[in-house]
Design a binder for this molecule. Structure first.
Ligand code: ZN
Length: 71
């Protein structure tokens, strides 16, 4: 199987400032967050659910999706 590219999701909680980081493949990202401009994240520390624009938490993934749409 070919090695799948993993995208880095990086954010910080607006309430407690705790940082969040995750590495997911494109498939996992779409399954977990859907194909929407704002993705929902949940803080591990205070359990707050918050939304962030996709291009902010993962510019690389956002770029990949835009490239995909064009082809
Ligand atoms: Zn938090």
């Amino acid at each position: 199987m070919p090695k799948k590219k993993r995208y880095k999701i990086k954010s910080s909680c607006p309430q407690c400032g705790c940082s969040f980081a995750s590495h997911l493949t494109d498939e996992e990202l779409k399954k977990r967050y859907g194909d929407v401009p704002n993705i929902e994240l949940e803080c591990d520390e205070c359990m707050l659910k918050y939304h962030k624009p996709r291009q902010k938490v993962c510019p690389e993934w956002d770029k990949a999706c835009k490239l995909e749409e064009k082809s």
